[in-house]
Ligand binder design. Structure first.
Ligand SMILES: Nc1ncnc2c1ncn2[C@@H]1O[C@H](COP(=O)(O)OP(=O)(O)O)[C@@H](O)[C@H]1O
Ligand SMILES: [Mg+2]
Length: 147
């Protein structure tokens, strides 16, 4: 799928947001600056607005590894695993623990090797045009035929 602008990325993020449920994972794959955090910001801010909550800043968790956002029924855990280099650290973070009331959005997820039941992986790539991106989706479970 070609996304021509930030506005189109915003619309796409809403479509994903409206389907999200507890225990879903979103993997965001792509080079630095391609739009992984921007996608996450659109998605979280959309859900905050939809639920009548205060719209917050959504910053990259590059150094903290994790930022959390409380919504009404569940929370969103936003990870950036760029700096993580072994599976032990991954286990310490508890990312893969069953978490009944969380949705996990993960940038740089390649260290995660296990199968996840309901996961949407979004691959983002630059094109020759500055504000355009190519998106490819790979889903498991309920996300399998999402497009
Ligand atoms: N269509 C687009 N989709 C995503 N980001 C875009 C798009 N057009 C321009 N940008 C810009 O590209 C940058 C993406 O940065 P960011 O989301 O932090 O990337 P990442 O988290 O992948 O490193 C932002 O400055 C954003 O405004
Ligand atoms: Mg980022």
């Amino acid at each position: 799928m070609i996304i021509k602008s930030l506005e189109q990325l915003n619309s796409f993020s809403k479509k994903v947001a409206n389907r999200l449920k507890e225990k879903d994972f979103i993997f965001l794959v792509g080079e630095i600056g391609v739009g992984k955090t921007t996608f996450t910001r659109f998605l979280i801010n959309y859900l905050q607005k939809k639920e009548g909550l205060k719209v917050s800043e959504v910053l990259s968790p590059t150094f903290n590894l994790l930022y959390e956002y409380d919504l009404k029924k569940y929370k969103i855990m936003h990870y950036d695993l760029y700096r993580l280099n072994n599976e032990e650290e991954l286990n310490n973070l508890g990312i893969l623990k069953e978490n009944e009331n969380a949705i996990k959005i993960i940038e740089w997820p390649k260290i995660i090797k296990i199968h996840i039941s309901n996961k949407l992986e979004i691959n983002l790539e630059y094109t020759k045009k500055g504000s355009e991106r190519k998106l490819r989706l790979f889903g498991t479970g309920k996300w399998k035929n999402f497009e």
